[in-house]
Design a protein around this ligand. Sequence first.
Ligand code: TTP
Ligand code: MG
Length: 417
Amino acid sequence: MESSRDILGAQREWQGRAVLLMDLDAFFASVEQLDHPQWRGKPVIVGGQAGKRGVVSTCSYEARAFGVRSAMPSSTAARLCPQAVWVEPHFKRYRELSAAVMGILYDESPLLEQVSIDEAFLDVTPGRFVRESPVAIAARIQQRVSQLGITCSIGVASGKSVAKIASDLDKPRGLTVVYPGSEQAFLAPMEVRAMPGIGKQSALKLQALGIRTLGDLAAAQPAQLKGVFGVNAAAFVHRAAGIDERPLVTESEVKSISNERTFTRDLTSRAEIEAAIDYLGCMVGRRLRKQGLAGHTVTLKLRYSDLSSRTAQHSIGSQVDDESVFIPVAKQLLGQVWRPGDSVRLVGIGIGGFHEKDQQMELFGDGSAEELPAGNPALVSAADKVRDRFGDGKLVFGRQLKLTVETTANPNRDASS
Ligand code: TTP
Ligand code: MG
């Protein structure tokens, strides 16, 4: 461990719940440096090449020193750091290392929530599944991950939001521990944007109310904040005070990821239904990637104007998380459940079949049994980040523009139990 920060100084016995958040450092770039020893210590940029309208997926810390960042246009990155080594992403390899890292975490505790390809929460509450101190467990995870040839940063705290914020404080190779009872002091001086879920718009609205720091937010009345957070106002005030009892959601609980929409008027043409499939498919793809899930089964669900519904399903030979691959499959399914003249009230798309991991992969062009579009992983990944930051409305692909019908109902996430 090269750096560590312990918010109250001396290490002491942990009381109560302990959650850690592990996030790999400059993940894709670190894997490239591992696989190409001649690139170690050099600025390495993973992403689409400059000149081809590409974007940066990520870059090594050596490239960050020049101001290069994720989601930046490649042309800008090339200008900031002309000597950088450029490499296209190798997703199969990243998934392989991600799986190895998740295995290290599972060795410590079975209660794991994978948030993305390089990030996971782990419950290490003493007396629940583990007996050792959470800090010792975190240090061992860092050590074992470094034996794989990559590094990670970890935040340890009593709940998810503080663990997440702590993990980011001392990157790379940081270990930041926030002992139970010290959460509020830890958060109070931070700007509200430090809290996951508070974006630029919310921060501006809070500022107008005189709330700039998490300390200010913790002291606010939830009733004042309905216009900013809606029904979540009280939850955000609690979180700002360091109280966050949200449980971890384990992968085995997630059976499928699906989104559906009820339309305020019936869709009657194939073009309209396909536009809905495009729209919903993009949402499902983004949620899959966010959670590091990929599935075999594509499901299309339609509800008609007489309120009857039908679903059609197709299993594909590889696990997919890229909508440019599974949307065409969903459109093929349309022929099984829709005939010209049918009026459609609701459209839903789901991806399931997450568990047959041994058959996984070959997703990106190498030898899949079926002819599927190759997809564009670097593009979808960058698009996800823009949407995360600015909201769904800000980035619209051409194929989504046709969908102008208003929608109701909320995205739904199927989980057992
Ligand atoms: P992050 O954990 O956000 O970034 P990182 O691991 O590269 O760097 P850090 O040390 O700050 O954690 O994302 C994990 C991977 O996801 C990243 O290596 C590449 C990919 N990614 C993109 O493809 N596009 C993006 O805009 C971002 C942020 C990440
Ligand atoms: Mg990371």
